[in-house]
Write a protein that binds this ligand. Structure first.
Ligand SMILES: [Zn+2]
Length: 368
């Protein structure tokens, strides 16, 4: 399969429009037309990972953390990033990064952590906001299915696990065209009445342009009447963190023991007492301290994240058990998920794709 196909796979799972504005996700190195047979999945792209990729004759590295954040001063061995880019290009290895978009996806980083900890039916801790628009368009009845299908193809009409969601209401539209018009029905300079359907579909903000363009392509009117409404609804398909329940109440001591094993952590930092009982658990892989209030608001007994500073531990006192289990530790759980999803997708397409997860830790932090 081609690199462009793999790009499509990630776009459908963790679309790049869900990434944070200042992030740099997607294809970092490579030609989209190149064939890919062998993929290596890693959290970070460091020289040791590139060496492993060369040794394994890999065509593509999929990393969580993007290599390119700031442009390197040169693509040469005079700087660390340039040197890695040079090695990748010389060895014809592509690099694709899925970062905050993977944090925001169902089955992404935080869901992987939730599953690794045995949380039941995890859901988003903070569903994405301000990302949905309602598109309402007025269509003559016999054209409504075609218009709805075109909008759905462009990404409209997805609500949770349901797609092609529409609402259709019958009504009467009126118009009078100028002498320069060629109306779909009636004549110019005459007031016309026509039976129409008001077709409504929800659209992610990033897909609005595409949905409107697709709708206009198949809509029979010379001048299409449509409305766009900004919605306050949280987006149920994307968000940050995850929350779910353990099958039974356990002590913080039992939970931390389970956590250390699940994320390969030598030690974890926490507030509260080892004897406290917990069942409802919130998680956010990587640095997620800013979700502390969400976790408290969602009545979680305990919140696992990373990169926690001193003061949030004080803020948590008496309200929630706050645990810092390490950045690499809480994120690396997603690597096998990326690999297995890629394998399943490729085999469903009847393609041979070898996908391996690096066994090397790229964690630069050690405990002593
Ligand atoms: Zn990270």
């Amino acid at each position: 399969m081609k690199l462009a196909d793999i790009e499509q796979f990630f776009e459908s799972w963790a679309p790049s429009w869900t990434a944070w504005e200042r992030d740099n996700v997607g294809l970092q190195v490579g030609r989209r037309s190149r064939r890919v047979k062998n993929v290596l999945v890693a959290l970070d792209v460091i020289p040791e990972i590139v060496s492993e990729a060369i040794k394994k004759k890999v065509d593509l590295i999929v990393s969580h953390h993007p290599l390119l954040f700031r442009p390197p001063s040169s693509i040469s061995d005079s700087n660390a990033i340039g040197s890695i880019l040079l090695s990748l290009a010389e060895s014809r290895i592509a690099l694709y990064s899925t970062h905050t978009n993977l944090d925001s996806a169902a089955d992404g980083v935080s869901f992987a952590l939730a599953h690794a900890l045995g949380l039941q039916k995890p859901s988003f801790l903070a569903p994405m906001k301000d990302s949905l628009v309602k598109l309402a368009v007025f269509v003559p009845g016999e054209h409504v299915d075609r218009v709805a299908a075109a909008m759905a193809e462009a990404g409209a009409g997805i609500v949770g696990e349901y797609e092609r969601c529409t609402f259709r209401m019958h009504g009467k539209g009126t118009f009078r065209g100028s002498e320069r018009t060629q109306p779909f029905s009636g004549k110019p300079l005459q007031v016309e009445e026509v039976e129409e359907i008001r077709l409504e579909m929800i659209v992610p903000r990033a897909r609005v342009k595409a949905a409107v363009a697709a709708m206009k392509t198949v809509h029979p009117y010379e001048e299409v009447a449509y409305d766009l409404y900004t919605l306050e609804n949280p987006n149920p398909n994307f968000g940050m963190g995850a929350i779910g329940d353990l099958p039974r109440t356990i002590t913080v001591r039992e939970f931390l023991t389970r956590l250390k094993k699940a994320v390969h952590a030598d030690c974890v930092r926490f507030s509260g007492a080892l004897t406290q009982k917990v069942q409802r658990i919130a998680v956010c892989g990587g640095g997620g301290s800013e979700l502390l209030d969400h976790a408290i608001g969602a009545k979680a007994d305990l919140f696992v994240t990373a990169d926690v500073r001193y003061h949030p531990f004080h803020d948590a006192a008496g309200r929630i058990v706050l645990v810092d289990a390490g950045h690499w530790e809480t994120e690396q759980v997603v690597l096998p998920v990326i690999a297995s999803k890629l394998r399943a997708w490729a085999s469903a397409k009847g393609e041979d794709l070898l996908v391996s997860v690096t066994q090397r830790s790229t964690n630069p932090i050690h405990s002593y």
